[in-house]
Design a protein. Structure first.
Length: 306
């Protein structure tokens, strides 16, 4: 089992599910839940800790304070409020920024040395806001971005083709939101290009974009998918796996974009993002990515004014 400490800030619905997924995956030796509601964090930690008794590995799960981040291998920000039926992720911006101001005041004096991953929505704008607030390098502060969108895309393609999901190579890119795009020219299933699969691009894209709201309308929240997505990302960092996953990183010329966080494929290792992978997009795909980045950029500017 890998040793190392992961601190999850925000012990609500998403944060607690991330803690459980981390405990089950065994990628770390210690998980610390931090929340302004200390009793809730303690209770969530105890609940997850109980589940460890039935796992084949031992993981310490407990609650703590912000100071726990100083010697963490990874800090995860999962504060915020859930999206309601009919809301876009962008509708959560004002409240998320309000919460981030208080969080940044707690974390900045700690001079964090570990990677910081944000889950809070709207994912891309939050990643940018927190990176600036904490004055961290773009490699060390980034969002889960289109990682969950990619999981949904892979699920849709697997269902439509009947192929095992492990044979699907695909990425969702752009905003973690309604303007996300899919570079279909880069998708393969068992080595077969997407264009030869006989699938409808618009149908696949719409199903991928709608997946989150379908879940929210059906049961009120998303939880298991993001929990596992975070555990996979944490494993890449703590185990220095150097896998390529799509996350929301500040672009500085990549894909023709600057000054905007955007979901793109990145090689992930112990220091965070080691390399941004630049796919050869078609002209239409580049236009879709540009449009998605403009949506994000507009809201980054609005967040700065709040």
């Amino acid at each position: 089992m890998e040793q190392g400490k992961v601190v999850i800030i925000g012990a609500g619905h998403v944060g607690s599910h991330c803690a459980y997924a981390l405990a089950a995956s065994g990628v770390c030796g210690e998980i610390v839940l931090v929340d302004k509601a200390a009793e809730k964090a303690s209770a969530q930690a105890l609940d997850v800790a109980d589940s460890v008794s039935f796992m084949d590995r031992n993981v310490t799960v407990r609650s703590g304070g912000y100071g726990e981040c100083k010697d963490a291998g990874l800090t995860v920000v999962a504060i915020g409020e859930p999206r309601l039926p009919g809301q876009t992720r962008l509708d959560l911006l004002d409240r998320s920024v309000e919460l981030l101001k208080g969080l940044a005041a707690e974390l900045k004096p700690l001079k964090l040395a570990c990677p910081v991953v944000t889950i809070t929505n709207p994912a891309d704008i939050v990643a940018d806001y927190l990176r600036k607030s904490l004055e961290l390098e773009r490699w060390r502060c980034f969002g889960t971005g289109t990682l969950l969108d990619t999981a949904r895309l892979v699920r849709v393609i697997g269902q439509e083709t009947g192929a095992d999901r492990r044979s699907v190579c695909a990425f969702s890119m752009g905003e973690h939101g309604d303007s996300s795009m899919v570079p279909f020219s880069a998708i393969t299933v068992g080595g077969v290009p997407f264009e030869k699969l006989g699938l409808d691009k618009e149908k696949v894209l719409e199903q991928t974009r709608r997946a989150g709201m379908d879940i929210i309308e059906g049961k009120g929240s998303t939880e298991f998918g993001i929990g596992r997505a975070l555990a996979e990302l944490a494993g890449c960092i703590l185990r220095d796996e150097k896998r390529v996953l799509p996350v929301s990183v500040l672009l500085d010329g990549e894909y023709g974009q600057r000054g905007v966080h955007c979901g793109v494929p990145c090689r992930i290792g112990k220091s965070g993002i080691e390399k941004i992978i630049q796919l050869d997009l078609s002209g239409e795909e580049q236009r879709m990515l540009d449009a998605s980045c403009q949506v994000i950029r507009t809201h980054i500017e609005r967040a700065a004014a709040l």
